[in-house]
Ligand binder design. Structure first.
Ligand SMILES: C[S@@+](CC[C@H](N)C(=O)[O-])C[C@H]1O[C@@H](n2cnc3c(N)ncnc32)[C@H](O)[C@@H]1O
Length: 371
């Protein structure tokens, strides 16, 4: 089974390489797909391309039904058998998937966009994923790597493609994530370096330790009373439940001098995320050198309302939260936590924040232009 999947993945990669898929998508989205992998391609630009290239973009990037040449029949039936494509009256379509080119890699991802997620088990790939992907490039000395909450496998794969990484392990609690990450390892021919586990955080790694741990855990504040179980997003009442578990359990798995980088989000006042105080105490208790970089800071009401429009099924819980929120919480932050294990404890909170609102306004303007 694995060998036949490998053959299909190699064939798929050959086709994407042949059409210079990275450059093609980069140019058609003006590079925006590097930040928002769901960036739409204006029809007027697509229609200028030769028919064959149009089909490639519609099929692989837009996830649309397309009539494809019989040269691809064998590959397409293998994709159908693997549960990745469907045949519909003479046309072929990826199964609610698209292929996104990222940092020299191809990622098969769910056809997801903000405000349009249909299934609670869908696999996340967001602006945070892309941002963290850029940061990963600057990490050095990472022979043994662990990617917690891997999603599409984006960070596991970026690490595995680095020359200094010897082994990368990745874990996710969502079986669909494991399915996609395994395919993504195969299509990028990195399966020899990457092992994907289905499990709960550190549970599959008892007795192992790592030089570098990376995580983008679920961190949306979702009331515990809520019926909403968006597994890729649910970070409990204040959004920090999974982050706290990672921080409490990581010491057994991070080597001395090992580094851990986590992207997360949470409430705060005008000056810093509320989590700063908790992380400062934890740093002293565990003997870490820790930096908490505030990456974005916005009015809390703006962010909660925006979450409601990106995740319509959370709307009810968000309205409850907006009514209950205490007056000393004024801001919502995204932050990056960098920890080095086993040094004299140092904690620094560093403000590098920009406004998510400005970035979103820009993205909405682009969307309007694309229509
Ligand atoms: C915000 S997504 C991030 C995915 C990916 N790391 C990225 O940045 O694109 C969070 C991921 O954590 C996974 N997850 C949630 N709880 C988990 C747990 N207890 N153990 C392992 N994975 C978990 C979800 O299924 C989801 O794929």
């Amino acid at each position: 089974m694995n060998n036949s999947r490998k053959a299909v993945a190699i064939e798929l990669k050959k086709i994407l390489d042949r059409y210079q898929y990275h450059s093609l998508i980069f140019m058609l989205t003006d590079g925006r797909s590097m930040q928002e992998p769901w960036t739409e391609i204006p029809e007027y630009r697509l229609s200028k391309l030769p028919q064959e290239l149009q089909k490639v973009v519609r099929f692989f990037y837009q996830g649309k039904a397309v009539e494809l040449s019989s040269d691809y029949s064998q590959l397409l039936s293998s994709l159908e058998n693997a549960g990745l494509a469907d045949q519909l009256s003479g046309t072929w379509k990826l199964k609610e998937l698209r292929i996104v080119p990222i940092q020299g890699l191809y990622l098969i991802v769910d056809l997801w966009s903000p405000g349009n997620h249909s299934d609670q088990l869908q696999v996340w790939l967001g602006r945070d994923s892309m941002f963290l992907g850029q940061i990963v490039q600057f990490i050095s000395k990472r022979k043994r790597v662990l990617d917690l909450c891997t999603g599409t496998g984006i960070h596991a794969l970026i690490n595995a493609s680095a020359y200094d990484a010897e082994t990368v392990e990745a874990v996710d609690i969502n079986p669909r994530s494991v399915f996609l990450t395994e395919w993504n390892a195969l299509i990028n021919q990195l399966e020899h370096k990457l092992r994907v586990h289905h499990g709960d955080l550190f549970e599959p790694f008892k007795g192992k330790s790592f030089d570098f741990i990376i995580a983008n855990p679920p961190f949306l504040p979702i009331s515990e009373d809520s019926q909403n179980m968006i597994s890729f997003a649910n970070g409990g009442n204040d959004g920090l439940a999974v982050l706290r578990r990672i921080l409490n359990e990581c010491s057994d798995y991070l080597k001395k001098d090992g580094v851990m980088v986590i992207f997360c989000g949470g409430f705060g006042d005008d000056y810093q995320p509320s989590f700063s105080r908790e992380l400062d105490l934890l740093t002293k208790e565990k003997g870490w050198s820790t930096q908490l970089y505030s990456v974005s800071k916005d009015p809390v009401k703006f962010i909660l309302n925006n979450m409601g429009s990106e995740f319509p099924s959370m709307q009810e819980g968000i309205t409850m939260m907006l009514n209950d929120i205490s007056s000393d919480i004024t801001s919502y932050y995204n932050f990056l936590i960098c920890i080095r294990n086993g040094t004299d404890p140092v904690f620094q909170a560093i403000d590098c924040s920009f406004s998510v609102k400005e970035r979103m306004d820009q993205s909405r303007r682009h969307k309007k232009l694309s229509q």
